[in-house]
Design a protein around this ligand. Structure first.
Ligand code: SF4
Length: 282
């Protein structure tokens, strides 16, 4: 508690911590208090775009275990742990101007398609002490953002279909990429850039900026069922707005359909998935 008061002395003069140990009680608190608060925050963010703000934010909280990692948090791309939205990063900076979230003024646009900015590169180089010098905001192939290790999901290329799979941390099974989440994480995390693979938050999946440089959400061909069901409403809304596609998630396979790349390709062909009409990724 003293840490909270020290860190946030501008807004906290007293606080109380309640630890709930009863599972049913904790679930009730999560469903009735915590989740509605998160939903309110997410609703507020849903109306914001990257174009509408004059700054993004760094977050280097994960440098304690991934020294070369720095998230760039924008309204349409939350931190890859899923816990730091643009509004959170902004509040963190206002509460602690010398803290982990520093503003990146949107200056020096180099490439709109990939979201490449001179100022983003400068701030990333500074935040990572020169370990990373170039980062794009919307590409998985061209200088993708670094991934620490606490990402909620990993997105990776599925070469047979020319699309991408998205797999969440909770899913323990195999994926059509031939790797489990743990195996994907072992070659994606640690604060490195791995073109073709990228850690990100759940909320980013339904963003209009998701893989925007490579064709956007139309690239998604497979997700674990739990993740697909969780993001379906927002993802379908985005697909309808961007491409006029109804019920996009009906075209996205999951483990109940197949975890085999060749079978996946046949299924996508049968469904008429839009990825089959996109340019080759590589
Ligand atoms: S993963 Fe989350 S906590 Fe870690 S650096 Fe990114 S936004 Fe910050």
């Amino acid at each position: 508690m003293s840490w909270l008061k020290n860190e946030f002395e501008a807004v906290v003069d007293k606080c109380q911590v309640t630890i709930i140990t009863e599972a049913a009680e904790a679930g009730k608190f999560r469903d009735e208090i915590a989740m509605p608060r998160y939903a309110q925050r997410d609703d507020r963010l849903a109306s914001m775009t990257d174009e509408a703000v004059d700054r993004y934010y760094t977050c280097i909280l994960c440098q304690s275990f991934a020294p070369a990692h720095c998230c760039v948090v924008t309204p349409e791309r939350l931190g890859l742990c899923g816990a730091v939205s643009w509004l959170d990063a902004k509040a963190t900076n206002e509460l602690d101007p010398n803290g982990p979230c520093q503003p990146i003024l949107k200056k020096g646009l180099i490439d709109e398609r990939t979201g490449r900015y001179e100022e983003v590169n400068r701030m990333i180089a500074e935040a990572t002490h020169g370990a990373v010098e170039n980062v794009t905001l919307y590409s998985i192939l061209e200088d993708p953002m670094t991934s620490c290790g606490c990402f909620e999901c990993i997105c990776g290329i599925e070469a047979v279909s020319n699309g991408v799979i998205v797999v969440n941390r909770e899913y323990k099974g195999m994926t059509p990429a031939g790797m489990t989440f743990g195996e994907l994480a072992s070659c994606t995390g640690g604060g490195v850039q791995t073109p073709g693979f990228m850690g990100h938050g759940r909320h980013f999946i339904a963003s209009k900026k998701f893989l925007a440089a490579e064709g956007g959400i139309e690239r998604i061909v497979w997700m674990p069922k739990e993740l697909k069901d969780d993001v379906a409403e927002r993802l379908n809304k985005t697909a309808k707005e961007l491409y006029g596609i109804e019920n996009f998630t009906d075209l996205v396979a999951d483990e109940t359909v197949t975890c085999d790349a060749e079978e996946l390709y046949s299924w996508l062909t049968e469904k008429g998935h839009p990825v089959l009409n996109l340019e080759p990724l590589m």
